[in-house]
Design a protein around this ligand. Structure first.
Ligand code: IVH
Length: 703
């Protein structure tokens, strides 16, 4: 295989001898199969896209000009084109079974399975732990891929398990599915697995669909979720449409194999079989693990639960399978389910509910946020009653209206969101949502500045909603930390008129506090004590607590380090502010504007007069910053250092500690039970340090 293949691409293939043409077509197919596998399955392309395209076009030209050179397993067949009148029915030689599902979300699901298997195998109590394969339960569609003499000849859906539909024309467009297998595979081989759509591909597809709808295209729609989009793509009669819907595949089992003893001869365990499928070019999920006994299953269930939200695709649980194929045969089936496998589900992350109202909330900086109030629904392990619609544009884009039936998603700790509206359930009179032009709390004018997405209440601290948020911000743990001052109490203090500005907090008397509803003297005393404690703080916490727009915790720390004293910061010109690392014009302008306003200076002075204080010193030397410019991710539990300690040490040395791993991350510091972040770091080839490595880095030992 040489690069001659390209050179020939533009020549007239008619002049070539038939045998050389055939050899060249075969070579091109081989090369394209190889590069396609690298690109789609291994996610590690070896050549630029343009090179692939030229090879592809060369093969396409040969096949066009010489129909006798066309092959059903040619990579050119992936682009689709065939339009079918209807799907043919396919009888599965080996039925496609379903798996029993344990619906409880605790480890008892795994326990019940392990106990059942051991009982069915008549194992004594003290028999050693069984070996299982633990897999992900992909949320897509089951597919059976039939290879004859190593060539993909048929792809069929599960259907009712006995008979499915022939969707070969669409499945050929899936780049991750091999069209041909290496020599030495059984004469007939059915590979079973799941066709699915990755979340990022799903989002891109829906964006393209929305754009088409906006441009007035008829018959287009957006998809509810990746599963639904994948199912739609697989069941397209026109394969060129399927080709535009990016699908992926994971193999997890086998159907028919011939000769009859092929399976037993090739592998002894399910895990071996999966490894072999991988070596033949099928994608097998990297999370798939061979584990021992109940403990192994429970660990896997927990580990995957923690990683679930970081996976690039949806899963709805995990699947446990007995590893030994001999034991699988011994266990057999009950009705349509194997006794050797079970699915152990996680709580659903999406649910249907209805929108009761769309409220508009006012934030600390006056930002108005539309929030959908929902009929309570259990999703992602909690009851959800609210979902933010972020801003007017977003609310309009999703076109959520009061009375709508919506899909709500809550993945992990991510705040719940409305994914989409079921338009066919919309009431005809449902009105489009519009942002109010006045603040719903204080009735001041609400404005949306040019280039901004948010409406803001112009009431400033006149607006009680902004006052409440400002107090909560100041009182939070990362600011001056006033223990016990939560949102309920702040509501009371502001509503009773006790707190109008931050300094009022420090001027409340025991008697005034005790008169509040549900405020016993003891709680009032506790609050006063907490207020007293909060007076002793740091410059960074104080500056952060002021709630200056665009000044987060890290920026406040940077200011404190750079200027050393509050007066130096308050007096700094924009030019001086810009000298601070990571401070740009937006932040500098915001800080300057804040300290240019008399009422803000008054607040600061009064707080100082009330006794709020912090150590001040000369500006910190910049030279000590050995890790400046580095971005570091901490993950897992370190043996001796607390996460917060490690963070502080790194920041003190000038590094930025960030939450997610990317190509720009300088180091990942990983402790016990580091999960997906560590995996991502390894996948990206980033340097990974343990605690000892971290300490060496801080001492300047590692570069
Ligand atoms: S094995 C004989 N493994 O779950 C066992 N199924 O009810 C056959 N699924 O529709 C299935 N991930 O599409 C198996 N790792 C996995 C799976 C999996 C998802 C789906 C499958 C089928 C359903 C089984």
């Amino acid at each position: 295989m040489t690069l001659d293949l390209f050179a020939d691409a533009s020549d007239d293939p008619k002049e070539e001898s038939a045998s050389s043409l055939q050899a060249r077509a075969e070579n091109l197919r081989k090369l394209l199969h190889h590069h396609g596998h690298c690109y789609y399955t291994l996610d590690a392309p070896e050549v630029p896209d343009a090179v692939y395209d030229r090879l592809f076009q060369a093969l396409q030209k040969i096949e066009q000009d010489h129909p006798e050179q066309r092959r059903s397993d040619s990579p050119t067949q992936r682009v689709g084109g065939a339009v079918l009148p209807a799907f043919e029915s396919v009888r599965h030689a080996v039925p496609m079974l379903s798996i029993r599902t344990e619906t409880d979300t605790e480890s008892s699901g795994a326990k019940a399975f392990d106990a059942r298997v051991r009982r069915e195998l008549n194992l004594p109590e003290d028999a050693p732990a069984l070996e299982y394969v633990a897999e992900l339960k992909f949320d897509g569609l089951a597919m059976s891929l039939r290879y004859e003499q190593g060539i993909l000849v048929q792809a069929a859906t599960r259907g009712d398990g006995e008979n499915g539909e022939d969707v070969t024309h669409n499945i050929r467009t899936v780049g991750q599915i091999p069209l041909q297998l290496p020599p030495g595979v059984p004469d007939v081989l059915e590979v079973r697995g799941e066709v699915y759509m990755r979340r990022d591909h799903f989002n891109q597809l829906n964006e393209r669909q929305s754009a088409k709808i906006e441009q007035g295209a008829k018959g287009e729609k957006t998809f509810v979720n990746p599963r639904n989009a994948a199912a739609g793509a697989v069941r397209q009669l026109d394969s060129s449409i399927a080709a535009q819907r990016p699908l992926s595949f994971f193999a997890y089992g086998l159907g028919e194999a011939q000769p009859a003893n092929a399976q037993q001869a090739l592998f002894k365990t399910h895990y071996d079989m999966l490894q072999t499928l991988k070596s033949w070019g099928f994608p097998v999920a990297s999370q798939t693990a061979c584990v021992l006994g109940l403990e192994g299953l429970v660990d896997f269930h927990q580990k995957i639960a923690a990683q679930r939200d970081c996976l690039p695709f949806d899963i709805d649980g995990v699947v446990y399978k007995v590893n030994s194929l001999a034991l699988q045969a011994q266990l057999g089936f009950v009705t349509r389910e194997p006794r050797w496998a079970v699915a152990h589900k996680y709580p659903a992350q999406e649910a249907l509910t209805t929108v009761l109202a769309i409220d508009v909330q006012v934030g600390r900086t006056g930002k108005l946020t539309p929030v959908a109030k929902l009929t309570p629904v259990f999703v992602g392990g909690v009851t959800v009653t609210n979902a933010t619609l972020h801003n007017e544009d977003e609310a309009r884009r999703k076109d959520v209206r009061v009375g709508d039936t919506v899909i709500v998603r809550r993945a992990g700790d991510v705040i719940p969101e409305v994914v989409s509206v079921l338009l066919d359930k919309r009431q005809p009179q449902a009105a489009i949502f519009t942002m109010p032009r006045i603040c719903p709390v204080c009735a001041s004018v609400a404005e949306r500045d040019e280039g901004e997405v948010d409406f803001r209440c112009s009431g400033g601290l006149f607006c009680s909603a902004q006052r409440k948020q400002a107090v909560l911000h100041f009182a939070q743990r990362r600011a001056v930390e006033i223990e016990g001052l939560g949102d309920k109490l702040v509501d009371q203090l502001v509503d009773a008129g006790l707190v109008k500005t931050l300094p009022d907090l420090y001027q409340m008397s025991l008697s005034a506090l005790s008169q509040l509803d549900r405020m016993a003297e003891k709680s009032a005393l506790n609050l006063l004590k907490a207020l007293e404690t909060s007076k002793s703080t740091t410059l960074a916490r104080f500056v952060f607590g002021l709630g200056i727009r665009h000044v987060g915790e890290a920026t406040a720390k940077e200011f404190a380090r750079h200027f050393g004293t509050l007066d130096a910061l308050m007096q700094a010109s924009q030019a001086r502010l810009l000298e601070v690392s990571d401070v740009g014009p937006v932040v500098a302008h915001s800080v300057r504007t804040f300290f240019d306003q008399a009422h803000n200076l008054e607040v600061v002075e009064q707080l100082r007069a009330c006794g709020v204080h912090w150590p001040e010193g000369p500006p910190a030397a910049r030279v000590a910053q050995i890790l400046s410019g580095m971005s570091i991710v901490l993950t897992g539990t370190l043996p001796t250092l607390e996460r917060e300690q490690a963070k502080e040490m790194l920041e003190a040395a000038g590094a930025k500690v960030v939450g997610s791993v990317s190509k720009k991350t300088s180091y990942v510091v990983a402790g016990e039970q580091a999960g997906s972040k560590l995996e991502k770091a390894q996948a990206l080839g980033l340097p990974v340090l343990d605690e000892a490595g971290l300490l060496r880095l801080l001492s300047g030992d590692v570069t």
